[in-house]
Structure formats: C-alpha cells, structure tokens
Design a protein around this ligand. Structure first.
Ligand code: GLV
Length: 314
C-alpha cells in the first residue's frame, strides 16, 4: 500500500504513521510537481491542496485525507465522480482558530488596528484610540459547527450573548438562540460581531452581499474565517468605505493570495491575515494523530472519522 503525503512532516510524524501501518510505503513531499509524478501509485493521499492532476492520474486512489477542515478546494470532478473516500481534519483547529477570532474581535473592538497605525507614525491620539466593549454585546455565529461551539464557549466567558445559524438547528451549548439558515437576517440585524465559520458550498457561496451587509448594525464588525467566496468582496469593500459596518477582520479571500492591488489593503477599518487563523506550530501534531486514527480504521475495514458527504460539500 502506497501513501502519498503532500505536507511538511517531522520524523516523529512519519514514525507515528509507520507504527500504524508498518508495511505501507510512505511517499512524503512538499513539492507539488513531485506529488503529481508519484500519484499514479498511490492508494491513499494526504494533504490540503493536492493538485488536481495528481488525483486525475491515480487509478488506484481509494481515499483522500485532507489535513484541512474545508475541502472545497479538493472536490474536483475526478473526486466527485469516482468512488474515492474523502475525510477531513475537522476538529483539530479549535484552539488556534478561536484564539485568532478573539484576537480579531478584541483588536477591532479595542481599536488596536487604529492604535498600531498611530504608533507607526509616532502619534499620540487618545480620543481616536478609545475602544468599545465586547461584554454585554451579541456575537452572531454563522455556522454553529465544531468551531462555532468553541467560539460560543469563549464568548460566554467574555459575557457576550451568542446567537447563530446551523443547517439543522438543534440546541448548542452556550448559544442562546440557534436559527436555521433562513434566520440569517435576524442574526445579522442583532449582532455586534458576526463571525463566518461556514464551509464553502453552493448554498454559502456569495451568501453575504450588499443586502446582508446593509442589515448589519453600523457599529458591528464582520469576521470571516470560513472561506472568502462566502462574502461578496466588492460589496464588502463598499460597506467598509461607506460605513454600513464599522470594520472587518478577514483571514480568507475570494482570491488567495490576495492580489497586491486589492483595495482591502488600503482600508483603515480592516485587519487582514493571510489564511493562517487555523494554523500554529502544533498543527501537524494534531493532524497526524487524526490521520493515524483513520488509517487504523481503514486497515481494519472500519468506518472512518470525518467522512465528507460529497453532495453536501463538507
Ligand atoms: C483551513 O482553512 C481549513 O479548512 O482547515
């Protein structure tokens, strides 16, 4: 059995995989072209941005394990049409991702984005630097999945009220009101901070456009750590320029890398990070044990964890 891994692994990660599947041949690379050339022999592929050519050229491929949570960039026609199992790393991102969202929420609310600009210019501006408060406000979470729940738990510690949407509404710990996707407008209208923690699917693509942004409070912040195309970027840029909302913090974009001429870079009420919210130096120490758990199940013929419903898209 040959396993192609497109990721930067340490020796300890390889040892963990070997301990589960001593007979397996591991083909580990960080080079996408090399991955394509090794692909025809692979039964299993592991990685988050596996090249489409690699998958198209792998007649023996039975299972793709994504080291990411979102698999929108992996569901190529070759994957959808063939009986290839796809699993994700959902569940490993909570700590870095929630800490990132809170860093963004606190930075926007306490106006650190403004203060940092003043610092660069050696300016002392108390009046412009006075921030607001998260406590007592409402956090609206679009997508109450694993990350949404972890965010809600932390928001309650900040004395926020939490509401949100969930595809199949059911009570969620720490969340006062769980609405179906049709409850979007209500969440947008009531929230002081809106966090997008949704996967990218045909239903969520372009979900937040002009109409939705105009429903938000002019004092509210929008945070996107889901996928860029969920927000219509041109509408968001207008919203930020014209004050329909107070600010935004974005980790994901319609096009990544975000082109250097994007107007988003110039907006003073925006914080941008380059798709790193779910990442930390401990990433692979969480991703590889999850893959190993699934590899053991695969070898024993048991059901795998985090299997993607290809029709649903996550
Ligand atoms: C990162 O964006 C992920 O989906 O894991």
């Amino acid at each position: 059995m040959k396993i192609l891994i497109l990721a930067n692994l340490e020796d300890r990660h390889i040892a963990q995989i070997k301990a589960i599947a001593p007979e397996a041949e591991l083909m580990v690379t960080t080079d996408r072209n090399k991955a394509v050339s090794l692909a025809p022999e692979a039964e299993i592929m592991v990685g988050w941005n596996l090249p489409r050519e690699a998958i198209a050229q792998a007649p023996n491929l039975k299972w793709i394990h994504s080291t990411a949570a979102g698999v929108d960039q992996l569901l190529f026609p070759e994957v959808l049409e063939r009986e290839i199992l796809v699993t994700t790393s959902s569940g490993i991102h909570a700590i870095p991702l929630c800490e990132h969202v809170f860093a963004m929420m606190l930075a926007l609310s306490r106006r650190l984005h403004y203060a940092i600009r003043q610092q660069i210019h050696r300016r002392w501006d108390r009046r412009g630097s006075v921030g607001g408060e998260l406590g007592g406000g409402t956090l609206g979470i679009l997508g109450l999945g694993h990350i949404g729940v972890e965010l809600a738990k932390r928001a309650v510690a900040f004395e926020m009220r939490v509401i949100g949407t969930k595809r199949t509404p059911s009570p969620v710990p720490f969340v006062e009101r769980v609405l179906p996707p049709e409850g979007l407008d209500e969440v947008l209208m009531e929230s002081d901070v809106v966090v997008i923690a949704l996967p990218l699917t045909p239903q969520t693509r372009g979900l937040i456009g002009e109409r939705e942004l105009r429903l938000m409070k002019p004092t509210a912040f929008l945070i996107n750590v889901g996928r860029g195309p969920i927000v219509q970027e041109r509408a968001l840029i207008r919203a930020l320029r014209e004050g329909w909302i107070a600010g935004a913090a974005l980790d994901v974009f319609e096009q990544e890398p975000l082109p250097a001429d994007s107007p988003l870079y110039d907006l003073e009420n925006v914080i941008l990070t380059p798709h790193v919210a779910g990442t930390s130096p401990r990433y692979m120490d969480r991703a590889i044990p999850l893959f190993c758990e699934n590899l053991g199940r695969y070898l024993r013929g048991e059901p795998l964890l985090n299997v993607v419903d290809k029709k649903r898209g996550y």
